[in-house]
Design a protein around this ligand. Structure first.
Ligand code: ADP
Ligand code: ADP
Length: 232
């Protein structure tokens, strides 16, 4: 299980101020790290940089002992080579693929044998309760069902690292509670390392083993939920 290390990371999108500045953050094996803070504070930018969907402007990012982004050394590892599972707010399911084929997508990319793929798709759709919809297309599913497909697609590849950007924001409150419990269970069962973006303090307190609080592109504090809660 890799550790993610951000060392003095800066992101500038071309404007006067940096979206993220001087970010030093270590995410340990098995952490469920919540990035918490108000809209625009740099949470999404941070997970996108870890994923490799944005390059960093300065500093470095390591995953395990591999440097994945370090502009001064001209190092940049492409997102698909970082072995990270992603679930973002808009789910980004392939509209032209059935539920089963969406879940199969990453397995195909990784060229797993057909029998293995079939077995994993069956197991994951079962686990997330979407097996009855396996032949439907995303447009024929509710938001909550699409959410589950996105989670199944991510989990099918057994990612050591998972990045989730407000993945529950479009769900009704009952489903949101269910999915939080599901994520905690998955985190424990797979002993995964999770980075979870939220602007909801309560959500961070319930889910996280550690919380990183950001404000205006700067990391303000990092600690256990109790640490953060006790020091408002
Ligand atoms: P959060 O996820 O906490 O809401 P973001 O990381 O999305 O914050 O944004 C941080 C800052 O960077 C904001 O000021 C935002 O307007 C800016 N920003 C984000 N993405 C882009 C982009 N693609 N181009 C220019 N500015 C951006
Ligand atoms: P974002 O939505 O934040 O821009 P991306 O869409 O770039 O993130 O990538 C998120 C994940 O969704 C990646 O695993 C990528 O392969 C997948 N993906 C990207 N675009 C689509 C799409 N149109 N349909 C289905 N999956 C997609």
């Amino acid at each position: 299980m890799p550790t993610i290390t951000l060392d003095n990371v800066e992101k500038n999108y071309g404007g006067e101020t940096n979206a993220v500045e001087g970010l030093d953050l270590t995410i340990n094996d098995g952490d469920f790290m919540c990035l918490l803070g108000p809209s625009g504070c740099g949470k999404t930018t941070t997970v996108r940089m870890i994923a490799g969907l944005e390059n960093i402007t300065d500093g470095s990012i390591r995953i395990g002992d591999r440097v994945v982004d370090e502009p001064s050394a001209q190092t940049f590892v492409a997102p698909e080579k970082r072995d990270i599972g992603l679930v973002f707010q808009n789910y980004a399911l392939w509209p032209h693929l059935s539920v089963a084929d969406n879940v199969d997508y990453g397995l195909k990319l990784r060229k797993l044998p057909k029998t293995e793929r079939t077995e994993r798709v069956a197991r994951m759709t079962e686990k997330l309760g979407i097996a009855p919809y396996r032949d439907r297309y995303p447009s024929q599913l509710s938001g909550g069902q699409q959410q589950r497909v996105a989670l199944a697609r991510m989990l099918a590849v057994n990612p050591q690292l998972m990045l989730l950007d407000e993945p529950l924001s479009n769900l009704d409150s009952r489903l949101r509670l269910e999915m939080r419990a599901e994520l905690k269970r998955i985190h424990a069962e797979f002993n995964a390392t999770v980075v979870f973006v939220t602007h909801d303090q309560w959500e961070a307190m319930t889910l996280a083993t550690r919380v990183a609080v950001m404000n205006q592109g700067v990391l303000q504090q990092v600690g256990s939920p109790m640490d953060i809660y006790d020091r408002p």
